[in-house]
Design a protein around this ligand. Sequence first.
Ligand SMILES: [Mg+2]
Length: 443
Amino acid sequence: MSNSPSEPVDPWSTPILHVDLDAFFVSVEILDEPTLRGRPVCVGGAGERGVIASASYEARRYGVHSAMASSTARRLCPDLVILPGRFDRYEEYSAQFHDVLADVTWCTESLGLDEAFLDVRPSRRVTESPLAAADEVRRRLREELHLECGVGVARNKLFAKLGSKRAKPRYSPSGVTPGPGVLWVTPDVETSWLEEMPVRELWGVGPATERKLARLGITRVPELRRVEESHLASHLGDSLARTLAEFARGEDSREVESSREAKSIGHEETFAVSVNEEGDIREILRRHAGIVARALRDRHLLARRVTVVARDDELRTRSRSQTLSFGIDDDDALAEVAIALGVSVERSLALRLLGVHASQLEERVGSSIQLSLDFGDGATTESSEEASRRRQVDREALRDTIDDIRRRFGANVLGRASEMERGALRLRAQRSESPFGPAREEP
Ligand SMILES: [Mg+2]
């Protein structure tokens, strides 16, 4: 906050990069069919009730954007080309995208098919500066994959993500102009953004939270900064209030959590009929968690990291991850974390795919410190005193974890795990190298 405009900024004070590919699905389609270049193109559902998943910048000039009904998009732009999605192809490109990032630093955290955070501090290869790393990422993605991206370079995730968005091409009815490509968020830039930014641009503020804040008279970040955190907490809950108060001051303590190195065990399912009810989503996550937990136990492994992957009817893939302070292989523990992550994924449409992945695997030694959540039925050989002490510790550890998820992602709905049906499950767990799931989905 003390930097005056004339003060030089140490480039290493901003070691966090957020990389986001431009119009990813559409860009891949254009690479495969170059005659589409320069035309208004979308990927999405062309049918009566179809939805746009990804729009080229030429299409955006007409006001077309993702999540828009295809019928509306066609009305805005009669020449619009709407292509069905080809996920196999996007996943191939996505794997190469993540390979390029992993080449720059081992510390990358995937946020889905086309975006990731990088911490370039621990890199052996980046010696010049984080800005040079950003340039290298852009150059290599362009030369090797022919894909463009925006990169935000900042001191934390909050500003890095805001930066990549502002690094992208700009469009208006009169045309498309290239963005800066790389945006360096210096302290001056931070200050000017925080002065005017709408709260909806802050991480974790979805439509529901935005409405709640609006009812409190808060639409912009400076208003958010002025309100007492306790007042905010009485309307939003403690954890979200704390997170937003931090974000409003430009603070974000979340680390870039590398998930790529770890082997993972996961289970995903694409549904014949998309699911929308939260109860169904919980039930599916619980079932997937049970399958993954059993696969972990079969292999004598504990997982320190849980990732939930969700793809909605807009064809948008989102993932949420949580690193635990303890390893787990228990159905209920894994299910509770997966459900907390799953309900924190912001969505406006039904889901067509849900997956649960366990990573940062460690070998289970004896019966060691694994989390056991056998609430109630007490079928244990431990002394009852020891068992109840351990259960208490375990519950506290799990509660902290769930609180952490809510703080990070603003989950506002979460209940205690209910009993699951174990009857007819078949083990179909797969090993996966990728944090957002196996390269090929099961039919
Ligand atoms: Mg993108």
